[in-house]
Design a protein around this ligand. Structure first.
Ligand code: NDP
Length: 282
């Protein structure tokens, strides 16, 4: 039973990684992201997921400084953007993120997308390893990697990322990728855990929720946790930030887990990592 918002898993490099956090994509910098982060921290969230691409690292950092919680009790993920792939540019991108966040170190640094340039992808990873060695980042991982991208990175560098953050939800449960990750000791974080907001696509979740006095969003988030998937649901609204965190006091039955597992239909909302070129310069 996963019964605490502060539960962690141990990554392949020994880092304790929170299973639950706040997503911040499409939150404006300044008041919007600062308020959302502050509410989240008040409700017990200890992990905030941002990215240089989101343009809101400064606001996340401000909320962290204002909250009074010890730095080592909080976990910050940010990401190197596509335009910064390459060794030196990744080092510079990390420095820029540290400055924007106002932090001495980043807890989890992810390669945001794999891109099509395999050499540049490997150089980006080499720089991320150096940043980890220099203790500017505690853990390194990737995002939007398919099993083929992971396989290439592992065979080229002899190292496996600690985390792969990918689109994942009941309609798109990424079973093959999850199996690959399990076989190689890579943790999975779901982005778009609430179907990117398209909850109406799964009316079954609301119906199941009635049995527990929970909402559709709470049922889906609980499904992720019981499947061993880490989650970073995004909301800018105070009541939903609290609602999304109120999932540690119930457990979906095997029958309800099976019913949600059966919803897979391949629907996804994000770009295909194999063809995604947005933001890349080479
Ligand atoms: P989510 O699945 O978290 O859904 C967010 C949407 O759902 C928003 O429209 C939000 O609206 C709405 N919502 C949140 N809570 C509820 C609720 N309880 N009831 C009804 N609606 C709700 O999608 P995201 O795409 O934001 O993914 C989560 C996070 O993952 C991102 O914020 C980001 O940090 C990360 N991400 C990473 C990507 C990558 O490439 N690595 C790509 C995309 C996201 P409102 O805010 O109005 O409440």
């Amino acid at each position: 039973m996963i019964n605490s918002i502060t539960d962690t898993i141990t990554l392949n490099d020994g880092t304790a990684f929170p299973r639950f956090g706040l997503g911040t994509y499409k939150m404006d910098d300044g008041r919007t992201v600062e308020d959302a982060s502050r509410w989240a921290l008040e409700y017990g969230y200890r992990h905030i997921d941002t990215a240089s691409f989101y343009g809101n690292e400064a606001g996340v950092g401000q909320a962290l400084r204002d909250c009074g919680i010890q730095r080592n009790q909080m976990f910050i993920t940010t990401k190197v953007w596509n335009a910064d792939h390459g060794f030196d540019s990744t080092l510079r991108a990390c420095e820029a993120s540290l400055r924007a966040l106002g932090l001495d170190y980043i807890d989890m640094y992810l390669m945001h997308w794999p891109g099509q340039n395999v050499d540049n992808r490997r150089r980006t990873w080499d720089a991320m390893q150096q940043l980890q060695h220099q203790q500017k980042v505690r853990a390194i991982g990737v995002s939007n990697f398919t099993p083929e991208h992971l396989n290439d990175l592992i065979s080229a560098t002899g190292t496996a990322p600690s985390v792969n953050q990918v689109e994942l939800h009941p309609l798109f449960p990424q079973k093959q990728l999850r199996q690959y990750a399990a076989d190689h000791g890579i943790a999975i974080t779901a982005w778009g855990p609430l179907l990117h907001g398209h909850l109406a696509q799964v009316p079954e979740a609301a119906a199941i929720g009635e049995a527990y006095g929970k909402t559709a969003a709470q049922v889906i988030l609980r499904w992720h946790l019981q499947n061993g998937i880490c989650i970073i649901p995004k909301s800018s609204r105070q009541h939903r930030i609290r609602e999304n965190a109120s999932i540690f006091d119930f457990e979906l039955s095997d029958a309800h887990m099976a019913a949600i597992n059966a919803l897979e239909d391949g629907t996804h909302y994000g770009a295909d990592p194999d063809t995604m070129t947005y933001g890349f310069t080479s």
